[in-house]
Design a protein. Structure first.
Length: 119
């Protein structure tokens, strides 16, 4: 069973930056795609960004494109979400998710980390 361990959330003022990290626990896991999602109070969970393990192909939601950057370090088996120019509307619980090779969906999810942006 894969467990995803997230870190890096917190409270920041608008305009500042945070970096989130996510890694599968229990050793190296050969995944196909990892993504970040977020859920604000009273709203549905939404896609933020994703990256492929091979080739590092990225995808972003329109709301974060140009401000957020997703990257991976395959040697450390870790995915990062660099969040710059944060806005109050970025406040949410951020979840890391993993899509295994040969799977058509994200099968594993982290526990979530709170990001709060004050105005």
């Amino acid at each position: 069973q894969v467990q995803l361990v997230e870190s890096g959330g917190g409270l920041v003022q608008a305009g500042n930056s945070l970096r989130l990290s996510c890694a599968p626990s229990g050793g190296t896991y050969n995944w196909y795609l990892m993504g970040w999602f977020r859920q604000a109070p009273g709203k549905e969970r939404e896609f933020v960004a994703s990256i492929t393990r091979s080739g590092g192909i990225t995808s972003y939601a329109d709301s974060v494109r140009g401000r957020f950057s997703i990257s991976r370090d395959n040697a450390k088996n870790t995915v990062y979400l660099q969040m710059n120019s944060l806005k109050p509307e970025d406040t949410a619980v951020y979840y890391c998710a993993l899509r295994p090779i040969l799977s058509s969906s994200y099968n594993y999810w982290g526990q979530g980390t709170q990001v709060t942006v004050s105005s």
